[in-house]
Design a protein. Sequence first.
Length: 493
Amino acid sequence: MTDQSALFTDFYSLTMAHGYWKKRMNHRAVFEMFFRRQPFGGGFSVFAGLETLLDRLSDFSFSADDIAYLRSLNFFDAAFLDYLKGFHFTGSLWSMDEGQVVFPQEPLIRIDGGLIECQILEGMLLNIINFQSLIATKTARVWLASGKGSIMEFGLRRAQGPDGAVSASRAAFIGGAAGTSNVLAGKRYGIPVMGTMAHSWVMAYPSEAEAFQSYADLYPGNTVFLIDTYDTLKSGIQNAVQVGKRLAAQGKNFGVRLDSGDIHYLSVEVRKILDAAGFTKATITVSNDLDESIIQTLTDAGAPVNFWGVGTRMVTGGTESAFTGVYKLAAKEGPSGGLIPTIKFSDNPEKTTTPGVKQVWRIRDPQGIAVADILSLDEADAGEETLPDGRAGGDVIVPGKRYAFWHPQADYRHFYHTPEGAIEALLQIRIRGGERIGVSPSLEKIREKVRTELDTFDQSYKRFLNPHVYKVSVTEQLRSLKLELIKNYLGDL
């Protein structure tokens, strides 16, 4: 389920690596991972999957069986396969913090290493980051729609295969879920496991009342009755109240779950019946193909829901099948040993990359609210020291200075700004020379990062309908470099 094999890559990565090896082109290269557009028509995304990626990189290698398989393809030189026997990641990696709120066109990850190793890990990196970022973003939207309520992730049975289910549980917890139904994910990541009962439990007993009583006897401190197997209002809630009275005599509370029908109407009626019976603390959980749009509608209508069970549309991405992350060459070693910026030019302006090794700065106002993210040139590499304040060298942004910041497409769009609040360098070193740096945060800390960061953005970026577009811009120096490379490219045609 979590195969560390370096065969977890696209075939073309190996054919290119083979070609680089034969042509003696394993010089230094810098690749950056970024994404092109926000999923779900939203105004923000959540960066997730970093710790999974770092764990994979530590053991990403070719086993004897892997080499035997590659040899059986009769495609690669024997000497190249011998080279792969000792393959492991020896480069350096910078990234944003996992759980950071992120935006299109800005580097989330930067890889600095030999061209061959950078190429081989492309598919694995994109697979992990794209999927977990998609699910974490979806869950954050669900959590916001619920009014920052309690979300239970119920998606195992509809997730994209075994690893997809476990990865989705991890990403959903980062995005805001309170727990998961996936027991393996609970064990692996320490996520609280949650669950109630299925309709089959109720149907397995001679009567609904007996099914409820049996469950209450087994789990008196954690009883949630599924009340829609037969008739929610005439049968389910009535039997739940009767068994609930016996639990109340033991000093125990209980809850009920709705999994079908008109959730708003039924939750209101069920709440009335529970309150009339004196069970004002009894909880109501709802499920049934929920997503952020449905939840927000129910929340806005005042539906008395305590817990939201969300599965299919959260762990699969729902209306969005994939996160649009890409992995592009930003710079390569030149004849003199220094780095030369590279650019991918396209007839589609949005697909023309921004060249050079870059840093991303988040500029905040004096109250701590995010104003814009700025891409600048970053001349630091894995072997250089950072400045005393932790920043890398290069095109550094400082407070109190007036700047012109330009649209990443290098056209006429720009704005002037004098930073007055905090300025944060978002890309930080995680691996240097193949060795991990720093202490990995707990999943709970990563989850808290999402919540803290979301609070630093104006509500206009978080609304679901026509969200405001957050500014991601480039410095004058970086814009000039991009225009120069575009001009040089066009001049060569």
